[in-house]
Design a binder for this molecule. Structure first.
Ligand SMILES: Cc1cc2nc3c(=O)[nH]c(=O)nc-3n(C[C@H](O)[C@H](O)[C@H](O)COP(=O)(O)OP(=O)(O)OC[C@H]3O[C@@H](n4cnc5c(N)ncnc54)[C@H](O)[C@@H]3O)c2cc1C
Length: 412
């Protein structure tokens, strides 16, 4: 790893990876991952990615309306418009990069349904869509000579320096400093500040802190989404997600008496938006005095379930639950941050040359499978001003400070 780059991308989830691909070969990009490059929320995503590719029974206007309704009309409407209308472009782009979505027997793309969506518009790779996308983006990144991706490189501070930024990091047991003309925060969510979350250990909100410390505006950090159906294991604080697509494919949500109950709270039943379903679970818990809840997907049959949800069925089996025969114990937990670093539609923060994309950037829409799209749309857009800016056309144009050091990590 060298010490001077044109662009520093903090994070190797979908936001960081996708952004890195939009820089030309003469822009030197350093991308950092706090742990291994595949440890991210992006890699864990199961359900799929929402976009309107087929206008026969769907439309941009319907997708926009669904997103506004699910967001309680607190959304940034211009951002929702961009997210929805540019959806097909990003989905096609990642398919060009090799991402494979499940297909119907006639070869058309299979679409699933999730909460808050009035149409089937979620493209998926079985129940491991995130891993498929990350793997293909990583493969593309590895071909680009201008991108240096470092694992186990944890940024500990970012400060303005010489017109760009200096970042201090722990890498391979040592402390190092790097300099870059532009910085893109793509550090993901904050789930690990909660006791129960679906998020990986990397989700500690670092990018939001770094941005805040250098004066960036932060917005709506209280916009937290609680996913209604994480696997409920009293003995294990780690929460494995049971994708909303399981309800999309027909699972019933049952209370402690093994009765369906969503009709008491919302006409959309199990496919109401996530905040509604999570709140209904808490209200039902209060009504019945039981905090046991279950998903029942047994009626779909073993062959279908183990083929459509291989990762979820395997993870449940490890925990002693056969999803083709048993009820799956579930309970809400923290899942997604909708607030974050305040950005414009091009990912620009209120600090010059500092950008943010993906979950750490403020979206104000709920994590339906739109969150993945926010990573790609935000990442792509955030690169456009930087790509055309003079400072990214070769670091020599950029006045870096002459003092940079790589120091060994102090021993205890
Ligand atoms: C279990 C699960 C299932 C999901 N399913 C879906 C779905 O089906 N559809 C959908 O649209 N969305 C889904 N989401 C949400 C979506 O996956 C995330 O919002 C999105 O992937 C976040 O991407 P990101 O690139 O912003 O962050 P992440 O993918 O979390 O990546 C963050 C990166 O930042 C790095 N990082 C953090 N701090 C530092 C630091 N200090 N120094 C260096 N690097 C750092 C991490 O190492 C990591 O590489 C799901 C989320 C989870 C947790």
């Amino acid at each position: 790893m060298e010490t001077r780059y044109d662009v520093l991308i903090v994070g190797s989830g979908v936001a960081g990876l996708y952004a890195s691909l939009f820089f030309g070969g003469d822009t030197r990009v350093l991308m950092l991952a706090k742990r291994a490059r595949t440890v991210s929320s992006s890699s864990l995503a199961q359900g799929g990615i929402a976009a309107v590719l087929d206008h026969e029974d769907d439309s941009f206007d319907m997708h926009i309306a669904d997103t506004l309704i699910a967001g309680g009309y607190k959304n940034n409407v211009a951002a929702v418009e961009a997210l929805v209308r540019e959806g097909p472009e990003d989905v096609r782009k990642i398919m060009e990069l090799g991402v494979e979505f499940d297909r119907n027997p006639d070869g058309s793309l299979n679409r699933t349904l999730e909460g808050g969506h009035s149409r089937r518009r979620i493209y998926h790779h079985r129940d491991q869509t995130g891993k498929e996308i990350v793997d293909k983006l990583l493969a593309e990144v590895s071909k680009r000579k201008n991108i240096c991706l470092e694992d186990n490189a944890q940024i500990i501070s970012v400060v303005p320096s010489g017109g760009g930024f200096r970042a201090d990091l722990f890498v391979n047991g040592a402390v190092a400093s790097v300099f870059a003309g532009f910085c893109l925060m793509a550090t993901g969510g904050i789930g690990r500040v909660y006791m129960y979350t679906t998020n990986p250990p990397t989700a500690t909100g670092d990018g939001i802190r770094f941005a805040y410390e250098i004066g960036a505006k932060i917005k709506n950090l209280h916009f937290i989404q609680f996913h209604p159906t994480a696997f409920d294991s009293p003995d294990n604080p780690e929460r494995f997600l049971i994708s909303e697509a399981v309800r999309g494919e027909g699972a019933y949500l049952l209370n402690g008496y093994k009765e369906r109950f969503m009709h008491r709270y919302d006409d959309r039943l199990e496919l109401a938006p996530r905040d509604v379903v999570s709140r209904s679970i808490l209200l039902e818990s209060r009504r019945t005095g039981s905090n046991r809840f279950y998903l029942d997907i047994t009626r779909r049959g073993r062959d279908y379930l183990f083929n459509r949800f291989p990762a979820i069925s395997a993870a449940c089996l490890e925990r002693g639950v056969d999803i083709a025969a048993d009820l799956i114990p579930v309970y809400p937990c923290q899942h997604y941050l909708m607030g974050g670093v305040d950005v414009d539609l091009n990912g620009r923060t209120t600090v010059p040359r500092l950008y943010a994309a993906g979950e750490c950037a403020h979206t104000a829409w709920p994590a339906t499978p739109c969150s993945r799209r926010w990573c790609s749309a935000g990442a792509r857009r955030s690169t456009s001003p930087a790509v055309s800016g003079p400072a990214t056309r070769g670091s020599r144009r950029f006045p870096f400070p002459s003092t940079h050091r790589v120091r060994p990590c102090p021993r205890a």
